[in-house]
Design a protein around this ligand. Structure first.
Ligand SMILES: [Zn+2]
Length: 583
């Protein structure tokens, strides 16, 4: 059978089963590999993977937009549990042929290193294990995606409670906090039983591949070639030493500003500088149009790329019932286009979630690389693209270009800077927790897991009074979908945030040059290692308390500078304010 002619577009594979895809792999596996033909063979293989992964991405997008449609779920599951795992199996076979051929070019070095690692850890018996894990992941998404809360007589998906968590009325905030936590408490046994299964499967897959535990497996599996488990533990210590105290200072200032005796968990989202909730945009069209102007200010070519996304319908941004929670940016590899999915509800956080646009710019830039494997670096570089964009776009968020009146832009910026610090302690918590889960030997015990989460949380997160709310505090990790769906995908955010802060520091001196270096780094795709990508962007990889502490100091001094420009806290902590806050 000869199938040399590939379909012209991914839509040909929209309803494909593995049997429709397999003949193309059979042919690539059988074609003789000679020096003269190896480049065209590589290109055909890459194009085939582009077609199949784009068809799979389109099925995943359709499903997450409408989780209640059984046909869309079936299409997504067919790709994620059947087509993609089988394709990965055949890809490892082709990768083995490539590695054995001895063919190499400088721009294939990192790809070949990944292929070698993939071959080393691949086990036939793990294929059904990862397929089963995908089914459990879909179940987690189904459970959490179907959660609605009755709020003032209206049934709402959880993201729509965000505005109430930011209410200046403390009683409303508390009610919103309890309402959004309750569904996870009610489903705790169901979710922990689901996690038990995932834990067992992951540990079994790791042992099958010759590793003592799933943490040791994940380093090669995620191609973490440039840092170690010990570096991650140094990162935890650095956050504990340099960031946790800064967060405590930020929260102490918040407490005083709000005029409260103690901060409770429902006091963390309200803006202590503006009594009324900022509504940066009224509808999706305004949201998107403003974003386009902001990116054009950061760099005209970024503005053009975002306009392409608008024109081609590559955005689904507003929260609706039936959508999966969260946000993501998916790459459509055949067409070289990104797609952004979000649950925007018209708040400041949504503007910051334009984070996803940083991933989109990365997809555009890296598509210049000819082969699919040369485009997507690890998440440490991917999140560098997105987190840097949050910081680089910040100076352009003021009207008439951006979303905010000048004083609101200041308070939004302040909120973002505080979030940078708060997110670092959260990242350290999530990574330290997962390290414990997969290395302590007790990760399969639901009660021990919950107890460990509390221990880890109190190590990193200070300045909030959780007394009487231990169960609510525990509920937080059940809400962290990465722990279920993308194990160990979290420290990357921390590594990237530290890199992004360095790019931002550069932009304070020379914004044009900082953005140019940023774009150069994105265009490298995956053809260089992490240290070189960071170096190109103008940053360095660092895990130690000194390097991290320096950046925390810079963030704190910027926080101080912005705070000084805002109306004084005196008025806000007047007796009336205290009454309004119910303390
Ligand atoms: Zn991201």
């Amino acid at each position: 059978m000869t199938v040399s002619v590939l379909p012209p577009s991914p839509s040909a594979f929209a309803k494909a089963t593995w049997d429709d895809v397999a003949p193309y792999f059979d042919e690539l596996a059988a074609r003789p590999l000679e020096p003269s033909s190896i480049e065209s063979w590589l290109l055909a293989w890459s194009t085939l993977e582009e077609l199949v992964t784009e068809a799979a991405a389109r099925a995943m997008i359709a499903y997450t937009i409408d989780t209640g449609d059984p046909d869309k779920e079936a299409d997504h599951l067919r790709f994620s549990t059947e087509v993609l795992p089988r394709m990965e199996e055949r890809s490892v076979e082709l990768a083995r042929r490539l590695v054995e051929s001895g063919y190499s070019t400088p721009d294939l070095t990192t790809t070949l290193a990944r292929f070698r690692t993939q071959i080393e850890i691949f086990r036939d018996e793990n294929v059904p294990i990862f397929a089963e894990l995908e089914e459990h992941s879909a179940r987690y998404q189904r459970i959490t995606g179907s959660i609605t809360v009755e709020w003032d007589g209206v049934e709402r998906p959880l993201p729509q409670l965000q505005p109430f968590l930011k209410s200046s009325d403390r009683a409303v905030r508390e009610r919103a906090f309890r309402a959004s936590t309750r569904p996870y408490l009610d489903r705790r046994d169901e979710l922990s039983a689901l996690f038990d299964k995932m834990y067992q499967l992951r540990m079994r897959a790791a042992r099958n591949a010759g590793f003592a535990n799933f943490r040791d497996y994940i380093f090669p599996a995620k191609f973490r070639f440039d840092y170690t488990a010990a570096d991650c533990e140094r990162f935890h210590e650095a956050v504990e030493r340099a960031v946790a105290p800064a967060v405590e200072r930020v929260l102490e200032s918040r407490r005083r500003r709000l005029g409260l005796e103690v901060l409770r968990p429902w006091d963390l989202a309200v803006d202590p500088y503006r009594p009324k909730t900022l509504r940066p945009f009224a509808n999706t069209a305004e949201f998107v149009g403003t974003a386009q102007r902001v990116f054009a200010r950061v760099d005209p070519s970024l503005g053009r790329e975002f306009q392409t996304m608008i024109d081609e319908g590559l955005l689904d941004l507003e929260s609706r019932k039936g959508k999966a929670p969260g946000g993501y940016c998916e790459t459509l590899h055949f067409h070289g286009r990104p797609f952004i999915f979000m649950n925007a509800v018209g708040l400041v956080d949504d503007v910051m979630t334009l984070h996803e646009a940083g991933h989109a710019f990365h997809a555009f830039a890296a598509h210049e690389q000819p082969l699919i494997w040369q485009r997507h670096p690890g998440s440490e570089a991917a999140e560098l693209a997105s987190m840097s964009m949050e910081l680089l776009a910040a100076p352009h968020l003021t009207q008439p270009v951006g979303y905010f009146a000048p004083e609101d832009a200041e308070s939004a910026w302040l909120e973002h800077l505080e979030d940078v610090l708060l997110s670092l302690v959260h990242i350290a918590s999530v990574d330290a927790f997962q390290t414990w889960i997969y290395t302590s030997g007790q990760g399969g015990n639901a009660d021990a897991r919950d107890a460990e989460w509390l221990r880890v949380r109190s190590r990193f997160e200070r300045g909030v009074d959780w007394s009487g709310l231990e169960q609510e505090r525990v509920a937080r990790w059940y809400r962290q979908l990465h722990i279920f769906l993308y194990p160990f995908y979290y420290i990357e955010y921390g590594i990237a945030q530290i890199g992004a802060l360095q790019i931002w520091r550069n932009s304070l001196d020379d914004p044009k040059r900082a953005v140019a270096r940023y774009r150069d780094a994105l265009a490298l795709g995956a053809v260089r290692g992490l240290p070189e990508i960071y170096h190109t962007a103008g940053a360095r990889l660092t895990f130690d308390a000194d390097g991290i502490g320096e950046l925390v100091q810079l963030v704190e001094s910027e926080i101080g500078r912005v705070r000084a420009k805002l109306p004084s806290g005196e008025g806000l902590s007047s007796p009336e304010r205290r009454v309004a806050n119910g303390s």
